[in-house]
Design a protein around this ligand. Structure first.
Ligand code: ATP
Ligand code: MG
Length: 599
């Protein structure tokens, strides 16, 4: 392609709304153009990058035995009502765009395709003989994100590869899951990314396992905790670890103490001269279930620890059936205004014990009259602890479970942090890193097949629900992550495998016939040899062209300049900026070889 014929526009200034380097660079280099909040046009260069990523994805998915199809983006509400997700996705969470068609039917724009694919399998897969099967598509997804940002990283319209597998049992699911894990590693490695597979939260969906693939970069929205021995890595939402060892409490007898003005852990520790690791902290939450019932929860954990709200939400979801519900749609630390809706009398906030009386709650049709009480493992392990006395300005010391307090349901709800010890080896200390989630693989189990009554006839002749897996890759997010990992002060440095073009021939002076002729010849020969090459034949200053080629990040640049008089051209490697002069006759073979080596 000749730049003189291309819509090629670069900007010298960073766009005002771009916060992270990859977003700035993609806009400045003319790869993407913002159309609205979270909406972008992929310009011709970007489209080539996206097609390259898609091609790698296709090759690896096909090699792993998956088949490509294409499902509709417009999805009938009925399917989502069958799975029970319509209201949560369109209303509670609000991530799904929905509309009413001219016949008055409700439809949604697909944020994901579990419902559609499960309906397809329900209709078309009758027997165990047709299983396992793994189907994928590469398609635009729609999500009404609360905070679209960072360009393609969090768009409202973005390209995803999503696949779904169907199995007779868990064993078969695990085999495909392992193959997908391997395929994903191949895809990210081939795309030139530095990544890490981490244990991930399976959320309310349950299922037996899920992993995310994180591209390591400072701009990542996720935190990853890992150990240096390479044995453990998890999203902080999911991470488990051993906290620092608790000190031994000096309070061996149970007593109530006056502790004026100590409504925070640091304050009470100061007054009682104790370590936060000997204090039992009780945090108030307000939970709303999808049945419309609201409950107050007291969550107890060791004084130096914090609540992991993702884990807490998962534990509360398990309790949903007790509230005629299937899921949690709201979880907050209630402010005074929120508390006022259900409190019978003011709580001694900052001085609450795990036994705080239920009569603080004004129960009703929609308000549970009792606290939900949960204790973290760090709370359960405490002995002779300090905690609130359920009275302002008072604490108790030397308290124990089983004597002064009844141990509530014990669950894992603490937030693991860098510095914790790893479970698999106490000498391994958790480290922290930022990551961009580019892929997610998931053992779904029978959640959708059961809800949607999607069954097959087993070898024994029984009707059984499909065991399912699902696997996503953010194709457009992946492309931008590659830039986030690979740029310098002058611009983008594309990995060769996903660069829009491999090489660019720059003619310093298009009015010089010798330069032009040499460039035309090399440009033609490189393309003929399969090296995807651009020709910068614009009537611009040489300096502008060099700057643009660096900004756009094409891996290899060939300059038909001064060296021509010696029968040579200058060749510059974008990543290292190393320049060398190569005989004209060797250019095509040299660059072809470099491209081959890089793929
Ligand atoms: P996130 O936690 O970042 O919101 P998610 O867990 O909701 O993502 P999945 O449902 O697992 O996302 O979707 C599969 C993949 O699609 C993700 O791993 C991510 O790479 C990509 N993705 C998700 N949301 C967006 C978005 N708004 N813009 C671009 N890519 C996205
Ligand atoms: Mg995910």
């Amino acid at each position: 392609m000749r730049l003189s014929k291309m819509l090629f526009v670069t900007l010298r200034e960073d766009p005002a709304d771009a916060e992270i380097p990859s977003h700035k660079l993609l806009v400045r280099a003319g790869y993407i153009r913002r159309i609205g909040s979270g909406l972008y046009t992929y310009m011709p260069l970007m489209w080539r990058v996206l097609q390259k990523v898609s091609a790698i994805v296709r090759e690896e998915m096909n090699a792993a035995g998956a088949q490509e199809l294409l499902m509709p983006q417009l999805q009938p509400a009925e399917l989502w009502q069958e799975s029970g997700r319509w209201d949560t996705y369109t209303k509670a969470e609000g991530i799904m765009f929905s509309l009413t068609d001219r016949q008055g039917r409700e439809v949604g724009l697909g944020p994901t395709h579990e419902e559609v694919i499960t309906a397809v399998a329900r209709d078309m897969v009758r027997s165990y003989r047709q299983l396992p099967v793994n189907l994928y598509q590469i398609q635009t997804k729609f999500r009404d994100e609360i905070r679209p940002r960072f360009g393609l990283m969090r768009g409202r319209e973005f390209i995803m590869k999503d696949s779904y597998s169907f199995h007779v049992d868990e064993v078969s699911l695990k085999e495909t899951y392992a193959r997908m894990h391997e395929a994903y590693c191949n895809i990210f490695r081939r795309s030139g990314l530095e990544f890490r597979a981490v244990d991930a939260d399976s959320g309310a969906i349950g299922g037996s396992g899920s992993q995310e693939f994180m591209v390591l970069a400072e701009a990542g929205e996720d935190e990853v905790l890992y150990t240096d021995d390479g044995q453990y890595a998890a999203n902080v939402e999911k991470a488990i670890a051993l906290p620092v060892v608790a000190e031994i409490s000096q309070y061996t007898t149970y007593e109530k103490r006056e502790t004026i003005g100590t409504n925070a852990i640091v304050k009470v520790c100061k007054v009682l001269k104790c370590s936060p690791t000997t204090v039992l902290k009780n945090v108030l939450y307000q939970v709303t279930f999808d049945s419309g019932i609201t409950a107050a929860a007291i969550v107890s954990l060791r004084g130096d620890q914090d609540v992991n709200e993702v884990k807490l939400q998962n534990e509360l979801t398990k309790l949903a059936p007790n509230y005629k519900a299937t899921t949690v749609i709201g979880l907050v630390v209630p402010d005074e205004e929120a508390q006022a809706k259900w409190l019978a009398k003011a709580l001694p906030l900052g001085y609450i014990s795990p036994a705080i009386a239920d009569d603080y709650i004004q129960g009703s049709e929609t308000i549970s009259p009792k606290f939900i009480r949960l204790a973290d493992h760090t709370a359960a392990a405490l002995k002779n602890f300090v905690t609130g006395a359920d009275e302002v300005n008072y604490h108790v010391v030397g308290a124990n479970w089983g004597t002064e307090f009844t141990l509530p349901l014990v669950v894992d709800i603490r937030k693991a942090v860098a510095g914790d010890r790893a479970h698999h080896d106490n000498s391994q200390i958790l480290q922290t890193a930022r990551g961009i989630e580019v892929g997610h693989i998931f053992q779904l189990g029978t959640k959708y097949s059961e809800a949607m009554n999607a069954t097959f006839t087993s070898e024994q002749g029984e009707e059984k629900p499909f065991v399912m897996g699902c696997y996503g890759i953010g194709v457009s997010r992946l492309a931008q992550s590659a830039v986030e990992q690979s740029y310098d002060k002058d611009g983008i440095i594309w990995p060769v495998a996903i660069a829009p073009y491999h090489a660019i021939v720059v003619v310093p002076n298009v009015n010089d016939e010798v330069q032009m002729a040499a460039a035309e010849k090399i440009y033609g020969d490189l393309n003929a040899a399969g090296v995807e090459t651009l020709l910068d034949d614009r009537d611009e200053r040489a300096g502008v062209k060099f700057k643009d080629s660096e900004l756009v990040g094409i891996p290899f640049r060939i300059v038909t300049g001064k060296a021509l008089k010696d029968g040579k051209v200058e060749v510059v490697i974008r990543a290292t900026k190393t320049a060398q002069e190569i005989a004209i006759g060797d250019v095509v073979s040299t660059i072809s070889q470099w491209v081959k080596d890089a793929l």
